[in-house]
Write a new protein. Structure first.
Length: 1017
């Protein structure tokens, strides 16, 4: 079931794509099955046209059908879509072609041109504008480049205003040929440009056929010019008033907005570097041409022309032609008076010359502004947009030139595509069946062949002395060209054709169709004579542009200037040379109907164009031929990274290298051919696949190179870091080693000194043993401190002193003994527990300085601390016990609680100290107290009573003030308030406040105390 459904789905999809294809046709004619059928070709074109698909390829050639309506396919988004995408990946578009040309130019670094051809109104100018706009958006941009870009873009409206006009074929018909070079730097930035213009149709200035207009600029000035400007130029806002503007009876055209175009031109002129002065003079000239057209001549009695009071002459002088000189120049030449007709002729000749030369000045001026002064190498893309092939009811010298030009371009196209392509296959030895095509060389020769061609005959007639007229020219042609298959006149034609020809006509069978030319005016237009007087007046003009256009160095009339057609011929030869040196690309424009109508596809008209544009032949050559060819060397050079055998260098011949390369890439035998010097690739897709692979490979190579380079950089960095680390390490090690050495040297010195000291320890003190002995002394003393015997009388346990300390040791021992003696003198036989204190050695202090609060230390240190001991202090009121520190300095006794000094007793105010005769540890310090605010006597209990009192008596030298009392001690709580401490013995020791308010200290009975004490000894 599933499989069936899937098959249906596939079928439906196929059907849908087939219908779509049926509807929109094929994008590239090369894929057309019936590629030899003109009808199939036309069908495809028509189908696409009706779907608004106006572009179709024949390989890389773009066929464009004028839609005659605005299509939404030229947006910025569309441009972005086509930028940098492979040519055949997206639907055909003029942007795809532009992008392809641009990228080929960048990769191959060579010059290109895009030939845009087609008959008048087929869309050539529009196509060239689209290409230019695409480059303006897609090229790299900087402030400088944007400036160039704006000038390139805006040169267009200026040139169109001055060089385009409404014709019957096209409302904006180019009446001059234009070849524009866009110069790019190697990064693809548009850096400059240059324009070549070809033969402007000057006759339009003075004459327009019915339904046609003069050049746009005239109408723009009259319709759009500011009031003030018009007033200054003496113009009125009404085209009907100017005879040069109304000959075609068609001053207004609905598709042209002269007013807004005027504004565009004004803006463009300022961007393209025109000064105020330039603009003023330029419009002065345009106005002067209009005034000139209105100049009328009267006739004097002899029939000679005279200029009556023409107001135009006033305005002409205002725009700086000298009035009187001009007047005489228009009435006569070198004292030969003109007839009225003659004068009108001279006037028109002047108007044409002024306009024509101003146009050339304009092109030069634009070129100056586009010029790139940088001399670095550039590549260019040339855009050729020239007037298209045209056939009117009456065709004159201008159409002859225009159609001749198209003939030449067709010839170039044939040479570059059909002929050279086939010749190349032959040369390269590629099997090839020649495709027949119509070569229009025969017509080109008919027109331009030396001595025999129409141009030669025309020039001859113009230059020969005697009465040469347009008709004698026709006769000469009949003489020379009679019998030529592409040339007919009334006289030469057969019966049937003769009916369609006037007597003064000749007919050329151009590649694009028959055109009947009327010989009237050929000689005049070819001579393009300007009377000497007129020229002279122009030379003296104050208008800077006119002055520039009529230089005084111009060869005088004795030496005839080249005729117009000869100049044109040479300029076309020059153009061909320019184009031949570049790579060609083609846009073939087709006009779908004669009515400028959207959606109308006139089969006959289109079939005719397809035929004469040689599209069928081109398709046939394309189908049979190869899309791409390159010299082996170039191909190998570009793609060699794609094959390991050819990368980085191939040793053998380039052809062998290419063979190896394409074998590696897997080209199928029918996809390519190997020529003598080149490889031929049949389908673009093969090349694109190769190019894509190259793109990928390029990135890989770049990544590899990048990685190598990064590795190289990091390695360098690493080596540097390592070197630095080693250096730091070395320095550090050196430093440490030096320190170690110093330490060792010091140690050796110390050890040496120690040994020496040891060896000389028994000698009298000298330099050698002083430190050793100091050490021995210190060592002994600190050992002694830690190992004092339990009882001072235990002499055997006194640490044995080293020899040098024997004396000292004895002294220490004796000092302690002395203290004990002092204690004994004070307490022996007086206080019950004295005997138990005898054996306990005295220490220097009972509280080390570390345990005394820093603040206290800071306050009393200067008095030198002699002894400190923890005590319990009994409050004077209530006798609550408090832990305190008792500190004796040289000058006073301090009672300290943490960081606070609670009481200071200067020794001078110490009246006496009372202790009981019993075995308690209480002592009462009596102080002299004069001030009621002062604190009174102190009641303390101290575990080291005897030691503390001995020290006190030593410090104060007041041994006698220590009294041993019995029963009760009176003391001053504060001056005038007394308290009592009562002592008695009991079963166990206690301290409490008795009912009578006295502090009762009960100490253990002596017997019991003795027993108790011995237990703890
Ligand atoms: N791509 C397009 N999209 C819309 N309109 C177009 C397009 N191409 C041409 N046209 C219309 O056709 C008119 C004629 O086109 P264009 O001026 O380019 O013809 P041309 O080939 O330059 O003719 P000529 O040889 O007379 O100068 C344009 O004014 C415009 O209205
Ligand atoms: Mg044009």
């Amino acid at each position: 079931q599933d499989t069936k459904e899937r098959c249906n789905q596939i079928l439906r999809n196929m059907e849908a794509s087939l219908t779509a294809r049926d509807r929109v046709g094929i994008q590239d004619f090369v894929l057309l099955d019936a590629y030899t059928s003109e009808s199939a070709f036309l069908d495809n074109l028509r189908k696409r046209f009706h779907e608004n698909l106006i572009y179709t390829y024949i390989g890389t050639l773009l066929v464009s059908v004028n839609p005659y309506k605005e299509l939404d396919i030229y947006s910025k988004k569309q441009m972005d879509t086509y930028m940098g995408v492979n040519f055949f990946e997206l639907p055909p578009h003029i942007y795809a072609l532009a992008d392809n040309v641009f990228r080929t130019m960048l990769t191959e670094f060579n010059n290109h041109f895009i030939l845009i051809s087609g008959e008048s109104g087929a869309g050539k100018t529009e196509a060239s504008k689209k290409i230019l706009q695409f480059y303006a958006v897609s090229c790299p941009s900087t402030k400088l480049l944007n400036n160039v870009r704006d000038r390139l873009l805006l040169s267009n409206p200026v040139l169109e205003a001055f060089g385009n006009a409404k014709t019957l074929k096209n409302d904006n018909s180019s009446r001059f040929g234009k070849y524009m070079d866009i110069q790019f730097d190697h990064q693809g930035g548009a850096v400059g440009g240059h324009i070549l213009s070809y033969l402007l149709e000057k006759s339009r200035v003075v004459h327009q056929n019915h339904g046609e207009r003069n050049f746009h600029i005239f109408y723009q000035l009259v319709e759009g010019g500011e009031d003030e400007l018009l007033r200054w130029l003496g113009l009125q806002r009404n085209c009907q008033l100017y005879s040069y503007l109304v000959q075609g009876d068609c001053a207004k055209v609905s598709s042209v907005n002269d007013k807004s175009d005027w504004r565009t031109v004004q803006k463009a002129l300022s961007v393209v570097d025109f000064s105020e002065n330039d603009i003023e003079h330029l419009f002065g000239i345009i106005a002067s041409v209009l005034h000139l057209g209105n100049v009328k001549f009267g006739a004097d009695p002899r029939g000679y022309a005279i200029l009556n009071n023409n107001p135009e002459m006033h305005w002409l002088s205002k725009v700086r032609h000298r009035k009187y000189k001009l007047r005489s120049a228009l009435e006569s030449d070198l004292f030969t008076p003109f007839t009225v007709d003659h004068a009108v002729y001279a006037r028109d000749a002047l108007a044409k010359a002024i306009y024509g030369r101003t146009f050339n000045w304009l092109v030069n001026k634009i070129n100056e502004s586009l010029a790139n002064k940088d001399s670095s190498r550039k590549t260019v893309i040339g855009l050729l947009d020239i007037y298209g092939f045209e056939v009117f009811h009456v065709n004159s010298f201008e159409q002859f030139c225009i159609n001749y030009c198209n003939e030449k371009l067709q010839q170039l196209f044939i040479q570059l595509t059909l002929k050279s392509e086939q010749e190349e296959y032959e040369m390269e030895g590629i099997e090839w069946e020649p495709v027949p095509y119509f070569n229009n060389k025969i017509i080109c020769d008919l027109v331009e062949e030396k001595h025999r061609g129409i141009i030669s005959v025309l020039d001859e007639e113009c230059l020969r002395p005697g009465e040469a007229t347009d008709l004698t020219f026709l006769e000469k042609m009949e003489e020379k060209m009679g019998g030529h298959p592409h040339f007919v006149t009334h006289k030469l034609a057969d019966q049937k054709t003769r009916k369609t020809l006037e007597r003064g006509d000749f007919r050329l069978l151009h590649y694009a169709g028959e055109v009947t030319y009327c010989v009237v005016g050929f000689l005049d237009k070819n001579n393009d004579l300007l009377y000497r007087n007129v020229k002279e007046v122009m030379r003296q003009s104050k208008n800077s542009i006119i002055k520039h256009c009529f230089p005084s160095t111009e060869p005088d009339s004795k030496k005839r200037p080249e005729t117009v057609v000869t100049q044109f011929k040479s300029s076309l030869v020059g153009l061909t040379e320019i184009l031949m040196s570049k790579e060609p690309w083609y846009v073939r424009c087709i006009k779908p109907n004669e009515g400028k109508q959207p959606g109308r596809f006139d089969d006959v008209l289109v079939r005719h164009q397809v035929k004469y544009l040689g599209l069928m032949e081109h398709l046939r050559v394309r189908r049979a031929g190869f899309a791409y060819r390159r010299r082996y060397e170039i191909f190998l050079q570009r793609y060699k990274p794609l094959c390991p055998d050819t990368w980085p260098n191939w040793k053998g011949t380039a052809a062998e290298g290419v063979q190896r390369l394409i074998k590696h890439l897997g080209y199928k035998p029918n996809e390519y051919k190997m020529g003598r010097t080149k490889i031929f690739i049949r389908h673009p897709r093969t090349l694109f696949a190769t190019e894509d692979a190259f793109e990928v490979c390029k990135h890989e190579l770049a990544t590899r190179i990048q990685a190598k380079y990064k590795g190289y950089r990091v390695k360098g960095e690493f080596l540097k870091q390592r070197e630095a680390a080693t250096k730091i390490e070395t320095c550090w090690r050196g430093l440490m080693a030096r320190k170690e050495r110093e330490r060792r040297a010091w140690a050796v010195k110390v050890i040496k000194k120690f040994i020496k000291g040891f060896m000389t320890r028994n000698q009298p003190a000298c330099v050698d043993n002083s430190e050793y002995l100091a050490f021995v002394r210190q060592n002994y003393l600190s050992r002694l401190k830690d190992n004092l015997p339990k009882t001072l009388l235990d002499k055997n346990n006194w640490l044995t002193p080293p020899p040098i300390m024997q004396e000292k040791s004895k002294l220490i021992y004796l000092y302690n003994l002395q203290l004990k003696l002092l204690t004994s003198s004070m307490f022996k036989g007086k206080k019950e527990n004295y005997p138990f204190s005898v054996c306990r050695p005295f220490l220097d202090t009972r509280i080390s300085e570390d345990d005394i609060n820093v603040k206290v230390l800071q306050m009393i240190q200067h008095e030198r601390i002699k002894y400190s001991v923890p005590v319990v202090k009994y409050d004077r009121n209530g006798f609550r016990p408090r832990l305190r520190q008792l500190i004796f300095t040289q000058a006073a006794a301090y009672l300290v609680e943490e960081a606070k000094i609670k009481q200071r007793i200067d020794y001078s105010s110490l009246k006496g100290v009372s202790v009981s005769n019993l075995s308690d540890n209480f002592l009462i310090l009596h102080v002299t107290c004069d001030d009621i605010k002062q604190k009174g006597d102190l009641v303390l209990q101290c575990d080291y009573l005897f030691e503390a009192l001995t020290k006190l008596s030593l410090v104060t030298s007041k041994q006698s003030c220590i009294k041993v009392v019995q029963g009760s001690v009176r003391f001053d709580i504060q001056p005038g308030r007394e308290g009592f401490v009562d002592f008695k013995s009991g079963q166990e020791s206690m301290v409490y406040r008795a009912k009578n308010g006295h502090l009762m200290v009960v100490s253990m009975e002596f017997k019991k105390y003795v027993h108790f004490s011995w237990q703890f000894q």
